[in-house]
Write a protein of this length. Structure first.
Length: 157
């Protein structure tokens, strides 16, 4: 019979949205309360997602389906916990962009990520409907990458 892993508060969120907005992201968004297997599983769920938990559980020769039914992380089941932990936060993906060339389209695409699109259209005197960025229309490119935190120090060749 499968052991029940219930009743352990395992991972404590160590940040608030207010502190992220004002102080920047903490070094480690989740803190393990202890080092037992259930805590480790909750931590992996929060930081890497359920596929990584499945690997971890199966490496211990346990039934993943039984395990995920019985494990509670911070008072909620592990699958919901993983989804909440992976929910978009006010902090986006931080990246450094490098243009492959210095043509007009590349400069417009890069500028549009750091500035208001209307300002970019005026600055470069372009029709945004004719600009293609990474094989996407400019507006689709911006929608797809709206969570990027791009520094104003963009690198061009």
């Amino acid at each position: 019979m499968f052991k029940k892993f219930i009743g352990i508060v395992t991972v404590t969120a160590a940040f608030s949205f207010n502190s992220l907005a004002s102080d920047g992201p903490s070094k480690e968004p989740f803190v393990k309360v202890n080092d037992d297997f259930v805590t480790q599983s909750c931590y992996v769920a929060a930081t890497q997602g359920m596929p990584a938990v499945k690997k971890l559980v199966e490496s211990r020769f346990l039934s993943f389906n039984d395990f995920k039914k019985d494990v509670v992380c911070n008072g909620i089941d592990i699958e919901k916990f993983a989804k909440q932990a992976k929910a978009p936060s006010p902090v986006g993906r931080q990246v450094q962009l490098i243009a492959t060339n210095n043509d007009l389209e590349s400069r417009v695409c890069m500028a549009a990520l750091t500035k208001n699109l209307d300002d970019v259209v005026k600055e470069y005197r372009i029709n945004k409907d004719y600009i293609v960025c990474n094989r996407l229309s400019l507006t689709r490119f911006l929608e797809k990458n709206n969570d990027l935190l791009v520094s104003n120090n963009l690198t061009t060749p």
